[in-house]
Structures are given as C-alpha cells and as structure tokens.
Ligand binder design. Structure first.
Ligand code: PSU
Ligand code: MN
Length: 334
C-alpha cells in the first residue's frame, strides 16, 4: 500500500517534471519570451501579475483599450507587483510587453488574431500577431511560471448552449492549467448557472472575494447565484492558492471579485442591451470566436459607452486585488 502510493507519488513527480521541462523547452526554443523584468521577478519569487491582451485587441474600442491597459499596469506596480501583459508578436509569445509593443497591439488592425489554446499553433507557425484570451494567457503564464492572472471577465457557457454548444475554452483551460484567474465572474451575456456547473465539472476551485459568497455577474456585484466558497481578503486567497500548488493540482482557481457597489452599472440598462445584442448576434449569424467580441461591441454601442465605463472600473479594482493576492503569495512561498 505504502509502496504503491510512493510509486504513484514518483509517477506524479515525473509527470510534473516532464511538464516543467516541456514549459522550459518552449522558453528555450524562444517561442515564449519573458521581458528581463518579468524573468528576474519570476526567478526571485517576487509578486508578478499576468494580464491578457484580447481585452485590448478585441474587447474594447481604441483608445480606451490602450489607456486601460496602461492604467492597469500602473495599478499593479502601485500595489508592489510586476505586471506581465501577455500577447503574441510575429509568432513569439511575449510575457511582459514593452510600452511600444502594447501600443502596437492596441492600435486597431484586422490582422491580430484572437488567440485561445486552439489558435496558438497556427499563430506561432505563421508568425502572426495575437491577442491572448483568458485561455491563451493561462497557457503562456503557466509556461512562464506566473501563477496569478488578472482580467475583467472570463468566457463561459453561452445562452442557448443547447443549440450551439458554445462553451468558452476559458472554462476547459481552467480545468487543466494551474493558474489563478482573478476576475469579476462572467457577464450576463452568458448562462451563469451553467457556467458554474461546468466549472464544477472541470474541478475548478471557485471562490468569491470579499465579504459575500455571491458570485458576481461582471457589471453587477450579484448574479443571483452563490460561489461555492468565499475568501475574505488577500491572505485567505493566497493560502488557498498555496494549498492548491502544494497539492500539485493541474487545474486552475477562479477568484471572483465583485465590482465595487458604487461603480456597478445600471442593471436594467445593461440587461436590456445584452438581450438585444444576443438576439442581434444570432440574427446576423455570428458564430464561433466572433460571438463574444460582437456582443461586447454591441452592448457598448447600445449603452452609449456606459458598459465600457463599468468595465474599466472593475478591471482596475481586480488589478488592485490581484496584485495584493500575488504579494501575499510571494510572502507565503518564501
Ligand atoms: N469578456 C469580456 N471582455 C473580454 C472577453 C470576455 O467582458 O474581452 C474576452 C476574454 O479574452 C475572454 C474571451 O477570454 O473574450 C472569451 O472569448 P470566447 O467567449 O470566444 O471564448
Ligand atoms: Mn465560443
């Protein structure tokens, strides 16, 4: 019995070291390139926060996208962490984009590919530019050895999934990549109850952040559903993440941070806009990876920018919380 559990442990270790060496190999092959600052921070166990780039390339209009990306990096620094915005340039995954690279990706262009796990091989082989989604960013952050990743909202199970089977690759990524995603839950353009069910199936540890167990719905601090767990503060969140790592689980963690009450969007206005946008998307025959960007853009238009204002407020708040969690985590690991 003891021997078999020891050999299981040995097996798990060899799987881990294979994965580690796989990650390292990609770094060595030069596909994943860390900025000097990020490389050194990861090496010395300093707090680092990964940030995605689809929100910049496909999630927000110019120039708010650029301004928000810059502000979020500043907030991370103000909270004693190093920002690592991740994106793909000419087939290289950059972890820690420079100011110029960030500006380049933020500038409107039709040729930047929204990149999730499934898109990575082709974006790399064709030497293309890519904005990484939550899924794509988790893959890269894990290879780079970064364990905390902040964004606005993740993808989820779409409304009408019975007909379309549209489930975001973000959810399966959370099921198989050990990175903690700090976000404001999912937008109510999605089916929140089914998203929570799917996360449970994928073995993702989901906790709301702050005083309440309410699972947030992006623009609103409450979705009407409860998160399975709750962590009150950065230190509880960091303890959870640390336990997750020590267990060697390959799945991810989702920390759901509610939008600050005073910045929450006007629920009814946004809800109506979402209904219209979802209907428009299906009428227009929009499918696949175009659905989410289309709906986001429609909601922004219908609400005359109100959705964007709330979106920016919550991502700024998430950057603050995520950096504090990364800082606590680096203290636990010392
Ligand atoms: N939700 C938002 N803003 C975004 C996204 C989602 O409110 O920018 C982006 C994220 O990059 C997320 C992706 O990972 O859309 C999910 O796309 P899809 O639903 O096609 O999986
Ligand atoms: Mn989809």
């Amino acid at each position: 019995m003891l021997r078999s559990s020891l050999s299981t442990l040995g097996f798990l270790r060899s799987v881990r070291s294979f994965c580690d060496s796989y990650g390292r190999r990609s770094l060595q092959n030069g596909i994943v390139q860390l900025s000097e600052e990020v490389k050194s921070a990861v090496h010395y166990g300093k707090p680092v926060v990964a940030l995605e780039s689809t929100i910049i390339t496909h999630g927000m209009p110019y120039p708010e996208n650029l301004r928000t990306a810059q502000e979020v990096e500043t907030i991370v620094r103000e909270n004693d962490s190093i920002p690592a915005t991740i994106g793909i340039l000419a087939g290289k995954i950059k972890v820690g984009l420079s100011a110029e690279e960030l500006e380049y990706l933020a500038t409107p262009s039709r040729s930047v590919i929204k990149t999730s796990r499934q898109d990575l091989p082709i974006v790399i082989s064709e030497g293309r530019d890519g904005g990484t989604t939550v899924s794509g960013t988790m893959v890269a952050a894990n290879m780079a050895g970064i364990s905390v990743f902040v964004t606005g909202g993740i993808g989820g199970v779409h409304r009408g999934v019975e007909a379309t089977m549209d489930v975001s690759a973000d959810l399966t990524e959370l099921g198989r990549t050990p990175v903690t995603v700090v976000s404001s839950g999912v937008k109510s353009i999605l089916d929140i109850a089914r998203t929570l069910e799917f996360l449970e199936t994928q073995g993702v540890c989901v906790a709301s952040y702050g005083p309440s167990r309410d699972f947030p719905a992006f623009f609103s601090p409450r979705s009407g559903f409860l998160a399975p767990y709750n962590v009150e503060d950065p230190s509880r969140a960091a303890r959870l993440i640390d336990a997750h790592h020590r267990l060697g689980l390959e799945s991810g963690v989702l920390i759901a941070v509610p939008i600050p009450e005073d910045q929450a969007g006007q629920g009814k206005l946004l809800e109506d806009a979402i209904q219209i946008a979802v209907a428009k998307a299906s009428e227009a025959g929009i499918s696949g990876k175009e659905v989410t960007p289309f709906i986001l853009q429609q909601v922004n238009e219908i609400t005359k920018g109100a959705s964007l204002v709330a979106n920016i407020a919550l991502i700024r708040n998430n950057a603050r919380v995520g950096s504090q969690i990364a800082k606590q985590l680096s203290i636990y690991r010392k």
